[in-house]
Design a protein around this ligand. Structure first.
Ligand SMILES: *Cc1c(COP(=O)(O)O)cnc(C)c1O
Length: 471
């Protein structure tokens, strides 16, 4: 990448379901088609900015264009009856309340709260739930800053969609860093903080600074990395290059580096085209020059990136630019998943095919991985043991840290799309099942729960004794 690449500044402009029909490029669709988009956008989040519209979508290829599928509502995302009922409400000019209540009814059929996120992951501090945090895996705390709970553009497949349609009350997001800092001081087992959303990069640098600077103090030196989950490198690279406070942002990244910590942007890239524009490439270059690292992750999505060519070429572009391929996820069991889902067997084949086409520098990507209730579960392979075809599965993260890097087996099933669809091979239950049930029943997510006796047991012996959790 040439260093002196010219990026023309842009002014951020955004469209939502309220003014979708004003997007000039939608002229090529019929009134009926635009109405169907508008109907879907009453139920699922829609928000798209001018950079995505002008530079990432290939309008000669719509509706099949992957970036169009990624960002614009598609009729197939709703069941036919529900789509039609919403269209007819819009046609007869039903009032806002009527439309909203029908939208709610449909939203609640779309499994808005998978993987026990609400029940199990919110940590306690002195008997209170800590606002805006999730602590599922021992080493990493997720933090949701209140000002970072939107995105520059919404992805149609987003698993966090309920918060963008007002189904989840995001008042639980944290206004201040205080709670996080107090919690982290008591939790030396945590070494990574992941700011997430939404997209924390929608915040102005001076707001973002309020969350990051308190983490750089000496008494939090167990926090070795600060991560920011973001799609801004793809959807609004100007954030890093030509926005008013881009230089200040680079100075902030540099401060983290100078404080001896790693700032990692966990960049959500779904398709290689997102890495193709001058602005996108300049953004990666600037972030790296500020001493930060970029690790790339995305789910595997039908209509968007469900072929090996796309992944191999995306990983190659990432390597070229000095960004590191990290995770390929399986689409979660929420929202319009019927439209996007790829069966696990096929996902495994796509991953393997792409993996074979890159050097070891691209094989840092792990996947396909499911962020399921017990942990992050990888489809490690397909094999045959004693004449039975099986999936070899592996925990890359576990609600119990002892599960990490352990394999277990499921009966091979060509149509299974998620962990819940699989059946254990060679046994009646999963090896982790009983323990997970115990966690669900007691509401205890792990030994870092300050209020549980597990915590005390951990500090007394200095190591985790999960085997005793059931006893
Ligand atoms: C994926 C994830 C993390 C981060 O996991 P890494 O493997 O460290 O990238 C942390 N918390 C939750 C809840 C996650 O789903």
């Amino acid at each position: 990448m040439p260093k002196n690449i010219q990026v023309t500044p842009r002014k951020f402009r955004v469209f939502t379901e309220k003014n979708l029909e004003k997007i000039p490029q939608l002229d090529r669709f019929s009134t009926e088609q635009v109405l169907a988009m508008k109907a879907v956008a009453q139920v699922l989040p829609f928000r798209v900015n001018d950079y995505v519209i002008d530079e990432l979508i290939d309008w000669n290829r719509v509706p099949d264009d992957p970036m169009f599928q990624l960002t614009f509502p598609q009729a197939g995302m709703l069941r036919e009856g529900e789509l039609n009922s919403m269209i007819s409400l819009l046609k007869r000019g039903a009032d806002r309340e009527r439309i909203k209540s029908e939208a709610r009814r449909i939203q609640l059929t779309l499994n808005p709260h998978p993987a026990g996120q609400k029940e199990l992951n919110v940590p306690q501090f002195e008997g209170q739930q800590v606002a805006g945090m999730q602590h599922k895996y021992r080493e990493t705390v997720l933090f949701f800053p209140s000002a970072g709970q939107v995105c520059h553009t919404y992805c149609t497949y987003c698993f966090r969609w309920p918060q963008f349609v007002g189904l989840d009350d995001m008042k639980f997001a944290a206004k201040e860093a205080d709670g996080m800092v107090a919690y982290l001081k008591k939790h030396p087992e945590v070494n990574s903080v992941l700011l997430t959303g939404g997209d924390p990069m929608v915040m102005k640098t001076k707001i973002l600074r309020r969350y990051i600077e308190p983490l750089l103090t000496a008494d939090l030196d167990h926090i070795i990395s600060i991560r920011i989950g973001t799609k801004a490198l793809a959807y609004w690279p100007q954030r890093f290059v030509s926005d008013d406070d881009s230089d200040d942002l680079m100075a902030l990244f540099d401060e983290v580096h100078s404080a001896g910590r790693n700032l990692a942007l966990m960049a959500h890239y779904s398709h290689p085209v997102e890495l193709s524009t001058p602005a996108a490439q300049a953004a990666v270059e600037r972030v790296r020059n500020a001493g930060a690292t970029i690790r790339c992750q995305a789910p595997l999505i039908r209509h968007v990136n469900d072929n090996a060519d796309v992944w191999a070429s995306m990983w190659k572009r990432q390597i070229t630019l000095g960004a590191v391929p990290y995770y390929m996820f399986v689409e979660r069991d929420t929202g319009p998943r019927h439209y996007f889902e790829v069966p696990l067997a096929r996902a495994y084949n796509i991953f393997t095919d792409a993996y074979r086409r890159v050097s070891g520098l691209g094989r840092t990507c792990r996947g396909p991985s499911m962020s399921a209730t017990p942990g992050k579960v990888l489809i490690e392979g397909v094999s045959e043991i004693h004449g039975q075809k099986i999936f070899v599965l592996k925990f890359i993260q576990g609600r119990n840290p002892e599960w990490a890097n352990q394999v277990f087996f499921a009966k091979y099933d060509e149509t299974a799309r998620w962990l819940d669809d699989l059946k254990p091979a060679f046994g009646q239950t999963w090896p982790w099942q009983e323990e997970l049930q115990e966690m669900m029943q007691t509401g205890r997510s792990g030994e870092w729960n300050t209020d549980s006796h597990m915590r005390k047991r951990l500090s007394k012996h200095g190591h985790v004794e999960f085997a005793q959790m059931n006893g």
